[in-house]
Design a protein around this ligand. Structure first.
Ligand SMILES: O=C(O)CCC(=O)C(=O)O
Ligand SMILES: [Fe+2]
Length: 305
């Protein structure tokens, strides 16, 4: 069967599959794309507010010092045990200075090593988001609501531990100067191995990403690519060596470019090897991103960042 994006809206996803999220879990479709999910004028308004409030900087001006030290290097994530991880400094040295990624929110992959600090940071993010977005019409609720509809009858909620502590609900990420995601996969289970967190118990992990602003050079824009290749241990050597494209060509692995405009929301299975090649346009690519824990036999769907 051909591997095609399910789009442009919830209705067509539900017309194609009784349970579109099961199709995502099983790798039957590369992504579900909801076109124009968030109004373009609100995307613009939000980006302007983020700059005005000092959460992001205007790319036409010099990079303020605090953003240089806050930047998240390319490729960095931490594992359950620090011994298995290359530290953040390693990745910082590999990342070109102009490849600046600014996160507004709490990333489990970045901060999960220190539980207390992670949940404390998550609390601050929820406070911040409650001021940043208009209640009820905010883009985080939008992602949760659309996901709920795609799930048919499940319950979508911010991930929580059994003691009630909440994760960060979503994360804003701005990618400046050609910041790239090399081919990788994301999994608290299979990659970060965070068995100490409740989100570890879900069978599948998805991402739900809303594009707020794209970056462009001439008529090219930065777009994600999803490969028809679920992660297996045998893929690790070529991910680490940076030779996944050769491997994919050799094996005849299909790939799909997910071409998105600001306001488009997409969901994909993060076990599939995926990437967002960098493009050094003037404006940064800015997204609102979530991770999603899904098991076909569980009523709740957990969302975190
Ligand atoms: O920015 C995106 O569209 C996706 C980035 C990514 O690889 C992820 O969220 O896992
Ligand atoms: Fe990813």
């Amino acid at each position: 069967m051909s591997w095609k994006i399910l789009e442009p809206d919830i209705e067509s996803a539900l017309a194609g599959f009784e349970r579109p999220l099961d199709a995502l879990a099983g790798g039957e479709v590369p992504a579900i794309v909801l076109r124009g999910a968030f109004p373009l004028s609100e995307c613009r308004g939000l980006v302007e507010r983020l700059i005005a409030d000092g959460h992001l900087y205007d790319s036409r001006e010099a990079v303020p010092e605090k953003f240089l030290s806050d930047a998240v290097p390319e490729g960095f994530f931490s594992r359950e045990t620090a011994e298995e991880s290359r530290g953040v400094e390693y990745y910082r040295q590999q990342t070109r200075q102009e490849h600046i990624r600014i996160d507004i929110g709490t990333s489990l992959g970045y901060r999960g090593e220190d539980r207390e600090a992670f949940f404390d940071h998550s609390r601050q993010t929820r406070e911040l988001f409650s001021q940043l977005f208009d209640k009820g019409r905010d883009p985080v609720s939008l992602i949760y609501g659309r996901l709920q509809e795609l799930s048919v009858d499940k319950k979508v909620e911010t991930a929580r531990e059994s003691d009630g502590r909440l994760y960060g609900p979503a994360i804003l990420r701005a990618h400046y100067g050609g910041y790239a995601y090399a081919p990788h996969f994301d999994s608290v289970r299979l990659r970060e191995k965070r068995s100490g967190y409740a989100v570890h118990s879900f069978e599948h992990q998805f991402a739900g990403v809303l594009v707020l602003q794209n970056t462009s050079v001439g008529d090219r824009t930065a777009q994600g690519i999803i490969h028809r290749c679920p992660w297996e241990p045998e893929v690790d050597p070529c991910l680490e060596a940076g030779t996944f494209h050769d491997y994919a060509a050799e094996k005849g692995i299909e790939q799909v470019e997910v071409v998105l405009e600001p306001g488009d929301l997409y969901f994909f299975n993060t076990r599939m090897i995926h990437e967002v090649p960098g493009l050094a346009g003037v404006d940064p690519r800015i997204v609102l991103a979530t991770f999603i824990g899904y098991s076909a036999d569980r009523e709740e769907i957990f969302v975190w960042s």
